[in-house]
Design a protein around this ligand. Structure first.
Ligand SMILES: CCC(=O)SCCNC(=O)CCNC(=O)[C@H](O)C(C)(C)COP(=O)(O)OP(=O)(O)OC[C@H]1O[C@@H](n2cnc3c(N)ncnc32)[C@H](O)[C@@H]1OP(=O)(O)O
Length: 584
């Protein structure tokens, strides 16, 4: 290829352009300066292995240059300029990326948007800061549109080689435009974040402006519940950059690579004297286990992309659409096994996932926040091809008692599912909300309220299964009869009670029992009272009193749920007229 550049270009500049173009387009590139007949620089790279968008390769088309390029060959000049932009920030920062197993942002975009149903479509604002003296290609932020798993999506991706992906005026402008376009088109947004936050030394013009960085979060709020916002973190996302992942509906961090924090370790040390690494401060493990801000942790960049490609199959493009259906598949294990999974003894643990495996379509189980608030499972799955959001107690962890973190996790999951029209399935086996001084300090009442509020105000079809214990306010939060689910069904092992038998007998008969001196007599009396109590709370009694709608043979649970979800498809509960509730 021959490229002619302006007469004022130096020999060094000609060489840089030749090298950049050869690397990106492949083959021999000769660069001519002004009207010169001889090339000022020639570069040759075999093959065309990694052509970025706009210069050929996976998404563009290479237009062969005419043999004799005249001074008016604007296309070739433009291509050289684009190649320069696509090359990103200083080489020294690009060289550091492989040491951290990190992709250069343009290669990351290639990873996301190439292959079947995945195409890079176009980029906006590529020339941002083109005229800047400093090396600021695209102002460190790439925004555009693509197809991802056959869906149109908007995307943004920080370039960590440009001032550590920090955001200044032009990048901010691009980010805001991308968000505003998503509001118009109603298509999901992918945030591929790798940013040290606001560009501190260029803050005039973007920090507190009406259309400045603060507007990000305003736009995130406007997009919230309108289109799915999915965020993957690839590096330290600090301060201004750390709010996008928490505003997003779903956040994925890469183990050992991603981090997010309200302030950098340097800032933390300055303010508090605490010496702490970025990973300890806000790494993937911490956010997945302690703060709950990471929904999923990926092994590496490819795994992160794979997780999003699964997640998106359960979601519609926006709140006006229904989630996509697929052909139904048999469960991974036979529903006939459900009866033997659920122990008769109310205090014995078991893995609720074993039951779920026998209800949902094979290969469709997708759990979120598996390491946070583990006593409640929140997962997407499909039953006979229809997406459902599952909220299930996990008797294997803390006996399924609901602690504050789990309550909040469930509330947020229900809100998200409801916002995107994913019906909800509650699988109830809980002794209720946890009691004690620690959970009171951790705001069990406040967080329990959120859970109950989310269940109450969800308008999608909801189905509740009393698997075994449904005690205390646990059955309220878990879609109990008062919460207007489409139906509440029970397995023969089910019990619904104000509290468990032991607690109830202790609460009501403690004094009477203590007055019986003979130990055997007291134990006998206690057992009798407990038996009577259990008869009262048995699922058959509940069905007899029509508290619940049906008792279902365990082996028919999947078919029963499939029929009920199919029947109630698209049904929407009406909420009383109001601006919004006051529970956050
Ligand atoms: C809305 C409010 C906000 O967001 S205020 C922003 C708060 N952010 C911060 O305080 C983070 C500042 N940056 C850092 O702590 C470090 O750069 C981190 C991200 C930890 C990376 O460290 P390290 O790998 O050692 O890179 P480095 O510091 O040598 O930086 C490389 C080049 O990038 C620049 N840089 C980095 N962050 C910013 C920033 N936020 N604003 C402006 N420039 C930034 C550095 O100055 C350095 O530039 P140069 O290549 O030397 O010209």
């Amino acid at each position: 290829m021959k490229v002619r550049i302006g007469a004022d270009a130096s020999a060094d500049e000609a060489e840089a352009i030749a090298s950049a173009m050869a690397e990106h387009v492949g083959g021999e590139v000769s660069v001519y300066v002004g009207d010169d007949a001889e090339p000022a620089a020639v570069e040759d790279v075999a093959g065309d292995t990694n052509s970025p968008p706009g210069t050929g390769g996976t998404t563009g088309t290479v237009t062969p240059a005419a043999d004799d390029l005249g001074p008016t060959d604007r296309e070739a000049t433009l291509r050289a300029e684009i190649a320069e932009i696509l090359d990103g920030g200083p080489e020294k920062y690009k060289e550091q990326l492989p040491e951290e197993d990190k992709l250069f942002v343009r290669d990351r975009i290639d990873l996301w948007f190439s292959g079947d149903g995945n195409d890079f479509l176009f980029e906006d604002g590529r020339f941002a800061e083109f005229d800047a003296d400093d090396q600021l290609p695209a102002d460190g932020l790439i925004t555009g549109a693509a197809t991802f798993e056959d869906r149109d999506v908007h995307f943004m991706a920080n370039d960590y080689t440009v001032k550590r992906g920090s955001m200044a005026a032009k990048g901010v402008e691009k980010f805001l435009r991308m968000q505003q376009r998503a509001l118009k088109t109603g298509q999901p947004v992918l945030y591929l974040m790798d940013s040290s936050g606001g560009r501190i030394d260029q803050q005039t013009g973007f920090f507190a402006n009406r259309e400045g960085i603060g507007k990000y979060y305003y736009n995130h709020s406007m997009l919230s519940g309108r289109v799915p916002q999915i965020c993957v973190l690839y590096g330290p996302c600090i301060a201004g950059a750390a709010y996008t992942p928490v505003f997003a509906d779903f956040t994925i961090m890469v183990e050992g690579m991603s981090a997010m924090a309200i302030a950098s370790p340097r800032m933390v040390q300055m303010v508090t004297g605490e010496e702490i690494s970025m990973q300890e401060l806000g790494g993937a493990s911490m956010h997945a286990r302690q703060s709950g801000s990471a929904d999923l942790v990926a092994r590496d960049e490819e795994h992160a992309r794979e997780l999003v490609s699964q997640l998106i199959t359960y979601l519609p493009n926006n709140a006006d659409e229904q989630p996509p259906k697929t052909p139904g598949r048999q469960p991974v294990a036979s529903p006939a096994g459900i009866d033997s999974i659920v122990p008769q003894e109310p205090n014995r643990g078991y893995d609720m996932v074993d039951l779920i495996d026998r209800v949902v379509d094979q290969g469709s189980y997708f759990e979120l926040s598996p390491d946070y608030g583990k006593e409640i499972i929140t997962a997407y799955a499909r039953i006979d091809g229809r997406p459902v959001g599952i909220v299930a107690n996990q008797p294997n962890h803390r006996a399924g008692a609901i602690f504050p973190d789990a309550a909040e996790k469930a509330a947020e999951f229900i809100w998200k599912s409801d916002a995107f029209n994913v019906p909800i399935l509650y699988l109830c086996d809980t002794p209720g909300f946890m009691a004690g001084s620690q959970v009171e300090k951790d705001a069990i009442l406040e967080k329990g309220k959120k859970f109950i509020y989310a269940t109450s105000s969800a308008t999608v079809p909801q189905q509740t299964v009393v698997v075994r214990k449904a005690y205390g306010a646990g059955i309220y939060a878990m879609g109990g009869p008062a919460y207007e689910p489409e139906s509440v069904i029970g397995l023969p092992s089910g019990e619904i009670a104000i509290m468990g038998p032991e607690a109830a007998i202790n609460a009501v008969y403690a004094r009477k029992l203590s007055e019986i001196d003979d130990e055997d007599e007291r134990a006998e009396m206690e057992a009798e009272l407990r038996e009577e109590y259990r008869e009262d709370i048995d699922i058959h009694r509940m069905a007899s009193e029509v508290v619940i709608d049906e008792i279902v043979p365990p082996s028919e649970l999947r078919t029963e749920l499939a029929n009920r979800f199919a029947f109630y498809e698209g049904v929407e509960k009406e909420l009383p007229s109001k601006k919004h509730g006051t529970v956050l």
